[in-house]
Design a protein. Structure first.
Length: 216
């Protein structure tokens, strides 16, 4: 039946602060668990059946290659994420990533407005955050899941902080990322980044009404 041959995924693109850390209840765009942690429920009969919970670090960029792996579909060469399908299956010796990179590049949802620029590194146990203004945060997610105690200056966590900073630098370099003011991404974010041309010519402004004649 269709139900026995269908991969079902329930997830979300972000959470919401719901007032945590004194931030507006509907806000996202923050490096805290309320914003960055999302549900992930997957079912594929015979491959991923119900009733099993996995603790596998997974970023949104990993979804496409992982779903390809679950369905035995070749992963496109241009995909940035990792195929975590074997780890999702719970196979012995399966590849897992030790950390994931998180980011926000501006204070507004659709425009390049300076403010709230940050990068963060998330492991299974810790979260390290660096803001553009120089602020840093370090949280022990096991002992402090609400992220109320910033350990960035704690003497017992300085070696860990250094390791997390170095690992974040590696991941950022791997994707050519820099922590810059939002306005600096203008050339990257506009039509040159989205798609310079499609099959019928250059794209218009993303905020303009669609030119339906292009579909004629």
């Amino acid at each position: 039946s269709l139900a026995d041959d269908t991969l079902v995924v329930f997830t979300s693109d972000h959470g919401t602060q719901v007032g945590a850390h004194g931030i507006n209840a509907w806000q996202k765009k923050r490096p805290y668990e309320e914003s960055v942690a999302v549900p992930m429920i997957v079912r594929l009969p015979g491959v991923l059946d119900g009733g099993v919970r996995r603790e596998v670090l997974t970023s949104p960029v990993d979804l496409l290659p992982t779903l390809c792996g679950l369905c035995d579909v070749p992963v496109p060469r241009t995909v940035e994420g990792h195929d975590l399908s074997n780890a999702w299956r719970g196979l012995s010796g399966a590849f897992e990533q030790d950390a994931v990179l998180m980011m926000n590049f501006g204070s507004a949802y659709d425009y390049l407005v300076d403010g709230l620029e940050w990068r963060a590194l998330r492991t299974k146990e810790f979260a390290y955050v660096r803001w553009l203004d120089g602020r840093e945060e370090l949280f022990d997610l096991r002992r402090d899941p609400l992220e109320m105690s910033n350990l960035i200056d704690d003497p017992d966590h300085q070696d860990l902080k250094t390791r997390l900073i170095d690992r974040m630098a590696e991941l950022m370099a791997g994707v050519g990322d820099e922590l810059l003011p939002a306005h600096a991404y203008g050339d990257w974010y506009d039509a040159q980044r989205r798609i310079v041309r499609n099959a019928r010519g250059p794209l218009g402004d993303p905020e303009a009404d669609p030119d339906w004649s292009l579909l004629g």
